[in-house]
Write a protein that binds this ligand. Sequence first.
Ligand code: NDP
Length: 248
Amino acid sequence: MFDLTGKVAIVTGGNGGIGLGMARGLAAAGARIVVAARDARKSEAAVRELGADAVSIAVDVTDEASVTGLIAETLKRCGRIDVVVNNAGINIRKAPHELSLAEWRQVIDTNLTSAYLCSHAAYPHLKARGGKIINIGSMMSIFGAAYAPAYAASKGGIVQFTKACAASWARDHIQVNAILPGWIDTDLTRRGREQVPGLNDNVLRRTPAGRWGTIDDLRGIAVFLASAASDFVTGTAIPVDGGYSISG
Ligand code: NDP
């Protein structure tokens, strides 16, 4: 039920952080991974770790032509697409009145428009055999934060975009779901801990599990949502957060 042998999974931002954690899970379940990100050195290191048949394809997920190229190159090198994980993301931590329009657009384009571009371009190929799309939301899909206006808007949008695609593509046998990671120790949140006073203590106090998540905490949910185990699960947003979202 969880076997992904023969499946091809594109993971945007798969060269580090949460993307690499999910890629590890998918690879261990048998999938061939396409690491799709900008930094070639990081991507090559990820490919070496993920196994002999993993490939790295450079992409800027904010750029339509680059995304179209990613899909074409995946088909050329791997022959099919079964799973798309829309994971690439950034944050620019500023109050709404301090965020410029260019910064707003950069975050929305990277975190939200990218999911549209990748899903839109992959759709005909997923439809061919049925497939899976996994979008990465956040606790900011649920909560607000004074320092994350564009990020929260993008992550709220990801959940609603997930529902729209799930409804539209259910009869094509494409399941579309979102994961809402809690506080996971990555480059992104390491920068957050430096920039936001008290963040580390707040996370530890409020997370019932009493710790930051690791990237390997995302392996299981990725396998579940990429595999036949979730064939009747679509349009959901599943927190993987050590209980953060249910804690007062
Ligand atoms: P990292 O900074 O470790 O990873 C971000 C990834 O996105 C990198 O692989 C980066 O690769 C890629 N990326 C960024 N911009 C682009 C772009 N324009 N085109 C292609 N790839 C891009 O962060 P995380 O692992 O923490 O974050 C991954 C996802 O998880 C994000 O969507 C984030 O919002 C979300 N998330 C993270 C949480 C956490 O606690 N860490 C909590 C909730 C959600 P490269 O630079 O090589 O392009």
